[in-house]
Structures are given as C-alpha cells and as structure tokens.
Ligand binder design. Structure first.
Ligand code: PXG
Length: 464
C-alpha cells in the first residue's frame, strides 16, 4: 500500500512542501522561507504537528470541523460507502441512497419551506450554482431583466470567478478580472470600524437601508437577489447590530427579490441552531451550505432551495451540475455527521451550555488593554484590537499588522486563533469542553499580552 510518509524529519517535509505545493491565499516565497507547520494528526479539538506539539484548534480547521477530529463513525461510514458504491452520478435519470437520504434529512432540518437540495463539492461551487439559479428563475418567470445580484463589501462567498465576484473582498477582485458584470456591493454592518458617531442601532438601520437605496437606484426590475452571510465569517466575524436584519427582511419582503443566505459557516450548529437563519429569524429563498455539513471530513456543499424556486427551476432543464454533485461517499459521511450532531445534542449544547460559557469567558477578554470589543454568537467570535478603546481607534500601522503579530504569538503558544485585519477570530469545534474553553482563553490572553508587547517594542502603539 502506498503510504504517505509523516516520519520524515520536519525540515525535509517543509522543503518538499516548498518545492512542490502551492498554498491557497499565501505568498509562496514567504512560506518557503519561514517553513510551514506540518500537521500530522488530530483528535477532538487538538492538532498534533510533526514535532509532536499539541495545538488547540480554535478555528475548527477552516470553520468546518464541527464534530471535532477523530470520529471513528465517519471513517467507518466512508469506508463502507467506498466498498459498496464509491461513485455514481445523478445526471441521467439515476440516483443513489446516500443522496436521497441526505436530501430528506436536510429538508427536515432546514428553515421552513426549503425542501430541495442541489449539490456541489464546496461553498464556492454552491454559490456559482446560486448565481445561475436565481437568474434562471427570473428568466423562467418571464422577467429576464432581473439579473443583478446585490452583495456586501467584505463578504466572503468563495474564490471561483462567480463566487469571488459575489464576495466583496477587494484583494480577490484585484486578481483575474473580477468582479464579473451584474454584481453590486453595498456596505457591511461593521459598527466598530465604520459606525462613526451613530449608535449601533442607528447604524444597523442605515446599513440595511443601503439595500433599499441600491434596489431603487438599479430598478427593482433589474435585481435578482441579495446574498449575505447571516454573520460574516472570513470578513472578521462581523455580527450586525440588532436593528439590521429585521430591516433587511422588511426590504426583501416589500421588494420582489430573492434572498440567498450563505450559511457555509453559520450552518450546522455554529450559531447555536441548525442554521444562522433560525438564530436571526431570516427568511431565505436559498441557503448555501458546505463546511459543517460534513464537518470537513468530505468535500461537500450545496444549495437548499425554497419550494417556490424549486418549482420554477424544476419546470425547465437547468443546464448545470458537477461530476461530484451528490457524491455518494460525501453524502454518506454528511448524513452520519448530521446524526452525530443531532443524537449527541451538540447543537443544543452550543446554544444552552458551552456557547454561553464561551461567551462569558470570551467577553472577559475585553478586560485586556488591547481588546476594544468582543463579539460572539454561538461558537464564532471576534475581538477588535485597538490602541485606544474609548475612541474605537484603529492602529496607525497598516491594517492587520498588529493582528498578524498577535496571531503569530497565538500559533507559537499552540493556539490557532486567526486574524482578519486587526480583529482576532475564533470558531472552535462545537464539541469543545469547558476545560478546553478555559485553555483557549488562557492562551489567548497570553498571546494578546505578547502581541501588545511586540507592538509597543516595534513602536506601533499609536492610533491612526
Ligand atoms: N461562503 C462562505 C460564507 C464561506 O465562508 C465559502 C462560501 C466558500 O466555500 P469553499 O468551500 O469554496 O471554500 C466560504 C469559505 C478564511 C477562509 O480564511 C474562509 C473560507 C474559505 C477559505 C478561507 O477564513 N470560507
């Protein structure tokens, strides 16, 4: 049997990686110089690297390992499915039991009125599906001019041509000729950074009403849909002020546009309910899913579609699909993952026990002199770093400098806590225990101390 070696010395693994592996969202040359950390195994919330160090993964991989690492049941189900039916497609009048069972389960768990699923292997692909689906929907309804999709700056919807265009990351738009035509962006509800003198409540309304103004500017007859994450994840765990979503929902109700809730991160328990739409009382027409659907054990994503949209799309041939749409192994693993989440009461525990515990501990980090605000819902949270809390000041240094310095301290302290600009973010496996939460907070505090000391030493402790 071909073995993947993890017994080579770390330096050799790093050299091979630098020679042959191109990393996503990375500067290859910098990585080659610093050397990557090679992860060799994981269990629960803990990673092990090639030096035998144990690292607390407070990001659940990339926001996805909701049931934690090392679940035997998922390995068993994958092996069994590979033996029984490793692959078959669903394009030409065929189906298979894993995709049938998973679809029925998702219809049961999804918000009311969403009962059909179109599959992909990732969130990016699912949002590409959504882009084509909402435009096809309106064309089939005899309104082909309704083409434009409104999104938000600093949203993340993937990095393919379509989904990267839907997203509002300027760094992505800058490479490869994005965004494609027909996509418009409005501002994000990030009160800490952009709220100025408005109260959070006033600011939430102002940002929501940008959607109304944008629809009016473009003409309702030209707008197909609004897409948004219930809580922006990759944008820095931006939790909108309480006034924001009710107003957005009012606007979507009053205007004839579809609403796509991108739940790639918020789905499957992350916010303490099965979907962020349930936590925030959103009424989506389409829900994008991926990540926690399989806890990352298999690549799978999809779009859960409302009865109304499914009926319109279902009346025509939708010329769209991927070789791995509804992949049997991925579906079988996802179904078992949902069973674990449900039967072990993991989502309920996040809502009622460990989530509130984490919230209390995480919010106590605002006692740290560098932390201006702590925002958290369920098991996704962020800290705003600032040299001056009362002024909500940004650092004078280029955005992300202090965040990066702090992140480096976290990693050195065996804690995966990431930074987005000068916000520190967490999204741990949903199975994290109280004791592990204590360890997380402990390591975070130490790293914040060291990050602050490093910023001061580098002469960067100044407001913009
Ligand atoms: N939508 C949302 C809300 C996401 O968070 C995608 C779509 C795209 O999914 P795929 O499976 O195509 O990656 C995502 C993915 C980060 C980071 O640095 C976040 C994501 C992906 C990669 C990095 O936080 N989110």
């Amino acid at each position: 049997m071909q073995q993947i070696t993890n017994h080579l010395p770390t330096a050799e693994l790093q050299a091979l990686d630098a020679a042959h592996h191109m990393h996503p969202f990375s500067t290859q040359d910098d990585l080659a110089e610093s050397g990557v950390r090679v992860i060799t195994a994981a269990k629960g919330v803990m990673l092990t690297d090639s030096e035998g160090e144990e690292i607390l993964d407070a990001m659940a991989g990339l926001w996805c390992v909701n049931v934690g690492y090392g679940r035997e049941e998922l390995a068993e189900v994958a092996a069994r499915q590979i033996r029984e039916l490793p692959y078959y497609n669903t394009f030409f009048k065929t189906s298979h039991t894993p995709v049938i069972a998973l679809s029925a389960k998702l219809a049961q768990l999804a918000p009311e009125g969403l009962n059909k699923v179109f599959y992909s292997s990732s969130g990016s692909e699912a949002n590409d599906t959504n882009l084509r689906m909402v435009r096809t929907y309106w064309a089939e309804k005899g309104k082909p001019s309704k083409q434009i999709i409104i999104s938000r700056w600093n949203a993340y919807h993937g990095s393919s041509v379509g989904s990267g265009s839907l997203g509002g990351m300027k760094g992505i738009h800058a490479q490869g000729g994005l965004p494609i035509p027909g996509i418009e962006h409005i501002d994000q509800p990030n009160w800490w950074a952009e709220g100025g003198d408005l109260s959070p409540e006033e600011f939430g309304l102002e940002r929501a009403r940008q959607l109304e103004a944008k629809i009016d500017e473009l003409g309702e007859d030209n707008v197909a849909a609004f897409i948004a994450e219930p809580v922006q994840g990759a944008g820095g765990v931006i939790i909108a002020p309480e006034t924001y979503w009710p107003e957005v929902m009012r606007i979507c109700r009053e205007r004839e546009i579809l609403f796509i809730a991108d739940e790639v991160i918020c789905g499957f328990g992350r916010t303490g309910n099965w979907f962020g739409s349930q936590t925030l009382d959103l009424k989506p027409d389409i829900v994008t899913i991926a990540k926690g659907l399989s806890s990352g054990y298999q690549p799978i994503g999809g779009s859960i579609v409302s009865d109304e949209v499914a009926a319109v799309i279902g009346a025509t041939e939708f010329n769209h699909g991927y070789t791995y749409s509804g992949h049997p192994v991925a579906c079988a693993v996802a179904l078992e993952n949902l069973r674990i989440l449900e039967e072990e009461g993991i989502v309920d525990r996040v809502r009622e026990d460990t989530g509130p515990y984490l919230k209390e501990k995480f919010e106590s980090l605002t006692d740290h002199p560098m932390v201006g605000e702590a925002k958290i819902t369920g098991m996704m949270g962020s800290l705003a770093l600032t040299p001056d809390k009362s002024a909500r000041a940004a650092f004078a240094a280029e955005a992300g400098t202090i965040g990066y310095m702090t992140r480096e301290r976290c990693f050195a302290n065996n804690l995966v806590m990431r930074h987005v600009g000068d916000r520190m973010i967490i999204s741990p496996p949903l199975v994290i225990t109280r004791a592990e939460i204590d360890l997380l907070i402990d390591r975070a505090w130490t790293s914040l101390d060291q990050g602050m000391a490093a910023a001061k030493e580098a002469g960067l402790w100044h407001s913009a």
